[in-house]
Design a protein around this ligand. Structure first.
Ligand SMILES: Nc1ncnc2c1ncn2[C@@H]1O[C@H](COP(=O)(O)OP(=O)(O)OP(=O)(O)O)[C@@H](O)[C@H]1O
Ligand SMILES: [Mg+2]
Length: 312
């Protein structure tokens, strides 16, 4: 298998006068999970549609495992699985019927298709609902079935467009486990998500798209580092020492300390150089610190810093 699952250069897609995708470059190594983040309308789904051969770019090129998405469409389609933002399976059929039909479409024999469908229904906790029509499925059940359908052919590259939107926390965690095990078994995953913690948990690399452009492409921790400031959190053992501890820290860092709990202090810290000074000064003043944490900014903070969006 080629060592690059996705290589895209200068992808552009224009709808009317809206540059939905505006020069996107992507390089995703085989066997990794890439998380694509971005506010609503950023161009995530449009980019996936181009990579999955569902939509033609107005400019640029993309290869999937070396195959050109425009010139070798059939080859590319054999290598990918796509789970859409919206499930698109026949409503009147049961879950079992849907999956076995998908299996047949992928060239499995009747028997193999049934066996594989049962395996997937079990994996996604849908056995009890196997003989229910889709019209009776909840949103979460649909999403799981949709993912199960896209896994029928064990594709080496899987596009998951918001696989966990609207799932309850337990089902979400289950989905994460499934995604991890897919990658362990050699698949490459590109997923879009509205949940920053999800990208943090799953992705080897995060691509942030805003208004059709890639505005960041890094590891989760690289992204957090890129916006700089960490924060220092300390807990003072004796609440009577809180004011003095606050003064010591403010003097050394020149930043305002926030008292978050009775004896918990939080302060932004540009670099860890001053940490030792704080510890020494506290010790000299006879102040005992029971907990000391230097925390990176959260991905939410990174996201807002990059896209300037507060509410999506
Ligand atoms: N078929 C289409 N015709 C016209 N405009 C479209 C079409 N598909 C998408 N767009 C526009 O392109 C832009 C990007 O849409 P896209 O669906 O790729 O965003 P997204 O990042 O997936 O957003 P979301 O987080 O809401 O799923 C939006 O402005 C959208 O309105
Ligand atoms: Mg979308």
């Amino acid at each position: 298998m080629k060592n690059m699952a996705i290589e895209a250069q200068g992808l552009i897609k224009v709808f009317g006068n809206n540059r939905a995708v505006d020069g996107v470059n992507l390089n995703i190594p085989t066997g990794s999970i890439c998380g694509v983040l971005g506010p609503n309308g950023a161009g995530k789904t449009t980019t996936i549609n181009i990579l999955a051969t569902l939509s033609k770019p107005d400019a640029g090129s993309a290869r999937i495992f070396g195959y050109d998405v425009l010139k070798e469409t059939q080859k590319v389609r054999q290598l990918i699985g796509l789970t859409g933002q919206y499930a698109t399976i026949d409503e009147s059929l049961t879950a079992m019927e849907n999956l076995t039909i998908f299996g047949r479409l992928h060239g499995y024999s009747r028997k193999d298709s049934k066996r594989k469908s049962i395996e997937l229904l079990e994996e996604f906790d849908l056995m009890e609902a196997a003989n229910k029509a889709l019209s009776q499925f909840s949103g979460g059940m649909r999403r799981r079935l949709d993912l199960a359908a896209s896994l029928l052919s064990s594709p080496p590259l899987i596009f998951l467009d918001e696989p966990t939107t609207g799932l309850d926390p337990r089902t979400r965690t289950q989905m994460w486990m499934t995604i991890r095990s897919l990658v362990k078994n050699g698949s490459t995953v590109l997923l879009t998500t509205q949940y920053l913690d999800e990208a943090d948990q799953l992705a080897d690399n995060i691509v942030v798209i805003d208004r059709g452009k890639v505005v960041a492409n890094d590891t989760p921790s690289g992204l957090k580092k890129s916006i700089g400031a960490s924060s220092l959190q300390v807990t003072v053992k004796n609440p009577d020492d809180v004011l003095e501890a606050t003064q010591i820290i403010e003097n050394i860092l020149g930043e305002h300390v926030l008292i978050t709990e009775v004896a918990d202090l939080t302060v932004p810290m540009k670099s860890t150089d001053k940490l030792i000074d704080i510890l020494t000064a506290a010790k000299n003043a006879g102040i005992i610190l029971t907990e000391i944490n230097v925390r990176q900014p959260s991905l939410d903070e990174v996201f807002f810093a990059l896209t300037g969006n507060v509410d999506n």
